[in-house]
Design a protein around this ligand. Sequence first.
Ligand SMILES: [Mn+2]
Length: 337
Amino acid sequence: MSMCRWGAGAYARAMTTASHGPVGPVDSSRIPRYAGPATFARLPRLDEVGGRTDVAVVGVPFDTGVSYRPGARFGGNAIREASRLLRPYNPAQDASPFALAQVADAGDIAVNPFDINEAVETIEAAADDILGTGARMMTLGGDHTIALPLLRSVAKKHGPVALLHFDAHLDTWDTYFGAEYTHGTPFRRAVEEGILDTSALSHVGTRGPLYGKQDLTDDEKMGFGIVTSADVYRRGADEVADQLRQRIGDRPLYISIDIDCLDPAHAPGTGTPEAGGMTSRELLEILRGLASCNLVSADVVEVAPAYDHAEITAVAASHTAYELTTIMSRQIADARG
Ligand SMILES: [Mn+2]
């Protein structure tokens, strides 16, 4: 029988697998990167690894919580498409993340685009299912509303978690137009619900005009420290990472990355851009400096591909998710000894 050289069968056979080890990405020396379905980093789907994985890459196509430009519902698949370029060895962390642990693409959580409350409930329930299998989550948004149900689920498992929030904005506002659940309010809700460890909360990359000084006062009362994008520029990524690491210690850590933490030059494809942001190099270097932290799950949100150019934003987001996945894979491998 002649071997089929195309289609799903050929694609599955080209997945790199160490004997009894994790199923890795499709081998790009056999099937070019631009061919075949765009799972994250060309990794297997969850069903192709028997429904069990150490790190689940999950999309949440939801952007009903945005206050300005919509479009982040398409972010997850734009990141997956850009992630075709990711290669299996990460020299910056001296690790092969997809060989150290099983990483699989768990597809998207299907949420109601017309009912935010129901969407938030659906995301929490789906996250409970995934975390319940023992997997860590690498979530691709979606707008920032989704961080609240993800944090609820993570806190059920780990207790209140330390939070590192990379964003141009505080996202600790109270309500918009009377709505409690929006992309500008998830972390105030999370503090109110007691699911964050308020001794280890930081915003990174903050900048831009606010409604008033009270925004900062309120935010500080909730326990947040702020590393502005100017701080990152002046002090450098290493010093910032050192300071963050000291604040976090060995607490279970959740990292939430709004891609608008980057300057619009590095991430034009987003809903609420602000001038004067970090470079993608600074963001990646800070993350690498946090490799020893106990990262239990993470998200990358607010990629809105309709405003992107040449996949600039989606490429930055895919590399960001890659660094986060590498941190988790290394820790999983270390814990196994
Ligand atoms: Mn945000």
